[in-house]
Structure formats: C-alpha cells, structure tokens
Design a binder for this molecule. Structure first.
Ligand SMILES: [Zn+2]
Length: 190
C-alpha cells in the first residue's frame, strides 16, 4: 500500500478537521494534526497512543486496519452525541482548524477522549457495562466487522475475557474463526 494512497482516505484531523493530518492514534483509531496531537500526547498513552504517519514504520496490516476503521467511521464513536443536532443538547461545536489550541481544541479533545462525553449512552445514561462489552466482543470477533470489535476494545473490552459458558476468550474465537485482522486488533497496541 503506497503512502499517497493512504493519505487520500485519511485526509482530515478527527478533532479539528485540519487537512492532511500527519498523526494517528492507535488506540482511538483517529487522525490528528500537529496541534491536536500535542494534546493527545498530554493525555497519556493509555488514552491515546500516537504514531507518526509520515516518520514511523507501519506494518501493512496495521495500516490496512487503520484505513478500514477510519473510513468506516471510527470518529463517530467518539462524537456520536454531537453529530446529530437532535442529540446535541448542549450544542457542542467541534473545533475548526483556525480555533486556538488552548482552550478550544484542548478542552474538546479532553472531553472527547478522557471523559468520553460524546460517546453513545445506553440505558441509565451509562456507557455499556464492561461485562456486556466483553460479551459483545466475544460475538463480534466471529465476524469480519472490525469496527464493532475496535469500538469495544477501545472502550475497555478485554480480548482475554474468559467466557464462563463458552470457555474461551475473544482471541481464541478470532483465531478459530481465522479472523486474522480481528486477532491483530486485539494486539493493535503492540
Ligand atoms: Zn486538529
């Protein structure tokens, strides 16, 4: 896969829409401009592990996964509540490239990834319970639907979760079902 090809589908910063973002977050599966990347770094690697699209080596499978997940709408996971005006009760506005880094972009990024303030809520206004997410991950790894698995992993689902009835883990299932990319998704942070 050539670099120029990779740029066409990955053309804007997921946080402020600046064009040609040179950074990716591996565990959030989003792309960032230089300015937004500096805030991602300040969040810590457990929240956002950044990698240069232009100055670091990428395995082809890793780049393929990034494409698949970004073009599949990974950013909608983090901005679900602000994408639809009906859901956006607080009228949150996504930063523009020209907005100042502090406080506008920095505050937005912290709310988006640290507080998960714009993620979809489930009953009782909660993010899905961890056990539910682990069960969902167990099911989704049987399919080629990486986006679902990735969303669950990035929200904290455990690829080594031991299913009490099926007596195996999502990684076992993905391996059995020969879902190679799914198996790698579990190790995407390597
Ligand atoms: Zn940006």
């Amino acid at each position: 896969m050539s670099t120029s090809h990779s740029k066409s589908a990955l053309a804007e910063c997921s946080d402020c829409s600046e064009l040609n973002p040179p950074w990716a977050s591996l565990n959030r599966c989003v792309l960032m401009c230089d300015a937004c990347c500096s805030i991602h770094r300040s969040l810590g690697r457990h929240l956002s592990q950044v990698k240069s699209l232009t100055h670091q080596q990428w395995r082809e499978t890793q780049l393929k996964m990034l494409h698949q997940v970004v073009s599949g709408g990974s950013n909608k996971i983090w901005e679900y509540l602000i994408l639809d005006p009906k859901r956006n009760r607080d009228n949150v506005r996504k930063p523009r490239p020209c907005d100042p880094l502090h406080p506008v972009k920095a505050d937005f990024i912290k709310q988006k990834y640290q507080l998960l303030a714009f993620c979809k809520r489930y009953k009782n206004n909660e993010l899905c319970s961890l056990e539910d997410m682990n069960m969902q991950l167990h099911a989704s790894v049987r399919t080629p639907n990486l986006e679902t698995s990735f969303r669950l992993l990035s929200l904290g689902a455990n690829p080594n979760f031991y299913h009490p009835h099926k007596r195996n883990t999502p990684l076992h299932v993905a391996t059995q079902e020969r879902q190679g990319l799914q198996v790698r998704a579990g190790f995407f942070l390597e």
